[in-house]
Ligand binder design. Sequence first.
Ligand code: SAM
Length: 282
Amino acid sequence: MAEDPLPGVDLERPNVARVYDWYLGGTANWAVDREFGKRVLATFPAGMYCARANRAFLHRAVRHLVARGVRQFVDIGSGVPTMGNVHQVADEVAPDSRVVYIDCEPVAVAHSRILLERHGDPARHAVIQGDLREPDGIWAAVAETGVVDLAEPVALLVTAVLHIQQAGPDGEDIGPAAIAQYRELLVPGSYLVLSQITHEGLPADLAGQLHATIQLYDDNVNKHVLRSKAEFGALFGDFELLAPGVVWTASWRPEESGPNTPAVDFDDPSEAVMLAGVGRKR
Ligand SMILES: C[S@@+](CC[C@H](N)C(=O)[O-])C[C@H]1O[C@@H](n2cnc3c(N)ncnc32)[C@H](O)[C@@H]1O
């Protein structure tokens, strides 16, 4: 387990990226993160499977888009690289694909950098520290890497991020406004890949456990914003939703899993707790 703090890493409080890394079996987490993760799993034992099902959706979406000809990926809120990162999944199918990772958490950025130094190609992969809430700044920084050409179609991935409150200057959630700005920045033929936790349509026992878990996060880590299916669907604006539309992560093209896609078995797909979708800009 990681124990030496990196510059800029807050070890006073659990951190959403590092706790998620622990759920996925990674090593970029500290005692404060693991203790919080254990409290969450005591409240919501299926939480680990929801994280894995989200990761499996991400794998399938990347594989699907590569099969559609996409070769450029921008992954915002990419997290700590555990369980197969986007460039590894894309490379399985198309070794000429290009990926820029962005996260605001120093641990996520540092670990992505180490991974890319060992297993990446500087001409095709980059990682930058940046904030989803600043679309123009992110777009300029992505362009500066020279890894992707933003004048050509890209797939923008924002998975398991938008249920984390994206506080604006007045504390209001500006996640949807930021996504609307990214929809404008993307050129036609680009794709938007989203997933996030919902409070709607869950099995009754999970709904209660999720409610208690969100309270734990709100009190100890950061505030969360859950969306209904309609609110989540609205994040795609006028983009054309690929079949099967907005569905549970577990129900998005399960037949397109690859050899390294994490396998998760649910009795019912609603146990995945997160909604997912992929939209295309016309
Ligand atoms: C639950 S993880 C999801 C990781 C990955 N996208 C996935 O689906 O497996 C959420 C990530 O979003 C990042 N994040 C949250 N708010 C962000 C922001 N405003 N800008 C950039 N990254 C952000 C966190 O640091 C964390 O790494």
